[in-house]
Write a protein that binds this ligand. Sequence first.
Ligand SMILES: [Zn+2]
Ligand SMILES: [Zn+2]
Length: 157
Amino acid sequence: MTTPRGYENLVQCPYNKVHQVENGRRFQTHLIRCRREYEKTHSTEKVYCPFNTTHLINELERGLHMETCPDRVAVDKFVAPIVDSSNSLYKNDSIKMFSTPSTADDWDAQPPTEAYNPEKYCEENNIIRKCNGMQPAQRKAFRQNEHLRLGNIREHQ
Ligand SMILES: [Zn+2]
Ligand SMILES: [Zn+2]
């Protein structure tokens, strides 16, 4: 089956496989109309977008949404260990927290003889990756949590 010229960019409507609509604005309009019609006669299951929990989408549209979600870029970054500004941000904290070598000894399973290496530590514990892709508010909350967690560990030493 060959695709006619100018029709390479067709998207299949999630509500009716027979609907093949040109991608872009036209498809968006179609989707809204088709969804409305579909919801009149069917009950639809709603799911949250894995990239952004403020996106509530119909289960049927999930695959489509995941391909087009504007927040997908941030999560791609989350998967790939890209070093960004949050790296240096976290590093500063780590250096401050581990300035005394005696406390670093009890930190997780780090061998006591090994000098603390924030970069290696973060790499091993996925901390940089967790920071990536977060919104500034989330990042702040994450760092506050880390402070609390580290505070607890210190108290129990
Ligand atoms: Zn449709
Ligand atoms: Zn989304």
